[in-house]
Design a protein around this ligand. Structure first.
Ligand code: KIV
Length: 283
């Protein structure tokens, strides 16, 4: 288990494995900026994901595909600065996945070496075990994202739960086994029933992270903007919306507009004063 000089423990893979072994669940959130990372670490969040969901959440695109790799690396660096002790995961965007395995490996190395990520995640097709093996040989811890794979979907209406029957579960379990055999250190399951997640948890010995995958998973991840009520689209049904940050911001901005327009801002407490000429006594 890791340690650190400040108050929160350093969370590494060994720490998360121990949590799983002890039956303790871990909490992961997305983060795309420094302040979110600072608050998340202070709140005790175990792991942060610099997800390609930034394309929808931050950049306002209808799909995750346009997430630029170069921007994601810069954001991952910022998140690492803000949260030096969390387990940090970089998400390989579509741009990195369509360029072939050399491009994907180069992107994974950037997340690890430039941004200080502990692991990379990518949306894995059944034949992606070879890519997992390549990353593993390069010493890059890899999380295989199975179930719903948002990079395949161009509009939010296309998001559908996966593995909802016995055949679907069998395929999911086979994929999870293949990825772990190739070296995946964790599996992430998005939008599958708890029965499917339970089958995967029983089939593999690595931690399984759920994103809308039910309570059987070892850890859970949701998009932070959805959790905080700060997103601009309706969150999926599995997200616990625990604050209304968007409404708080809107109200503060409305008051600011009002104070500027009615002249009550800036008040005397907001203005700089002239320097006193030398020798002049204080009033
Ligand atoms: O990009 C992302 O935020 C993700 C999570 C939804 C799992 O991949």
């Amino acid at each position: 288990m890791g340690s650190s000089t400040n108050s929160s423990p350093t969370i590494d893979l060994a720490y998360l494995r121990q949590m799983k072994a002890a039956g303790h669940k871990f909490a992961m959130l997305t983060a795309y900026d420094y302040p979110t990372a600072v608050w998340a670490q202070a709140a005790g969040v175990h792991a942060l994901l610099v997800g390609d969901s930034m394309a929808t959440v931050v950049l306002g695109h209808p799909s995750t595909r346009p997430a630029p790799l170069s921007v994601m690396i810069v954001l991952a660096e910022a998140v690492r600065r803000g949260a030096p002790n969390v387990y940090l995961v970089g998400d390989l965007p579509y741009e990195a996945m369509v360029g072939g395995s050399d491009a994907a490996l180069a992107a994974a190395r950037e997340f690890r070496d430039r941004a200080g990520c502990d692991a990379v995640k990518f949306e894995a097709r059944s034949d992606h075990d070879q890519l997992v093996a390549r990353f593993t040989q390069a010493g890059i811890d890899t999380i295989a994202h199975l179930g719903l794979r948002p990079q395949e979907i161009l509009f939010p209406e296309g998001y559908r739960a996966q593995a909802r029957d016995a055949d679907g579960i069998a395929r999911l379990v086979a994929d999870a086994r293949r990825m772990v055999a190739a070296g995946a250190v964790m599996i992430l399951l998005e939008a599958v029933p708890n029965e499917a997640a339970q089958a995967v948890v029983e089939a593999v010995d690595v931690p399984v992270i759920g994103c809308g995958a039910g309570p059987a998973c070892d850890g859970h991840v949701v998009v932070t903007h959805d959790l905080l009520g700060f997103g601009t689209t309706r969150p999926p049904r599995f997200v616990p919306v625990l604050a209304q940050v968007g409404k708080v911001c809107q109200e503060a901005m409305r008051r600011y507009v009002q104070e500027v327009v009615n002249g009550s801002y800036p008040g005397p407490e907001h203005v700089y004063r002239m320097r006193r000429p030398a020798g002049e006594p204080a009033p």
